[in-house]
Design a protein around this ligand. Sequence first.
Ligand SMILES: [Zn+2]
Length: 191
Amino acid sequence: MVYPIGGSGQRLVFATSVIAHLQYHRQRRWWHREAGGQLFARFSLPDILIEEATGPRRSDRRTQTSYEPNRRAEQREIFSRHQRGLHFIGDWHTHAESIPKPSMRDADSMSELVAKSEHALNGFVLVIVGTDPLPDGLYVALSDRKQSVALQPELFTKTGSKSAERLPAQAAELPSSQHSGSRSRGTRRFI
Ligand SMILES: [Zn+2]
């Protein structure tokens, strides 16, 4: 799955294994609990290759309507993936709805993530996994300090020609540089 980032020329490219991982955790039955984790990417600009989706972990708190990750485990993931050249670029979680939409809490936690961190990215990716088949069942957004913009997938027609659809006008570019940063208590530190 490929999501162009506005007019920046950059693209979010999901590895097949990442899509499979997200799809596996869809809440297809009422008793399924929310799942979630972090997204890690390799920068091969203009492409941002999302190569790994972590979680859920045994130590996360999960109910049918909530997902609370283990922050220490998240931090460990960020450090260990960084050694392999993978950068933390955002979060994913599931919703028990067919076409997922961000909740108020999702919007709050994204703006907190953007605001409270000193990091190398111009924005963070939020992925919400619903129960419908792709692409409708996948919500992909890019948040920066000012706004959150939902991205539309690049679609391919049956003949194989490309048609870019309804690109958001002003989404930010994602990576800027790769400095390390620090974050306040309870939040993640990115490298
Ligand atoms: Zn949510």
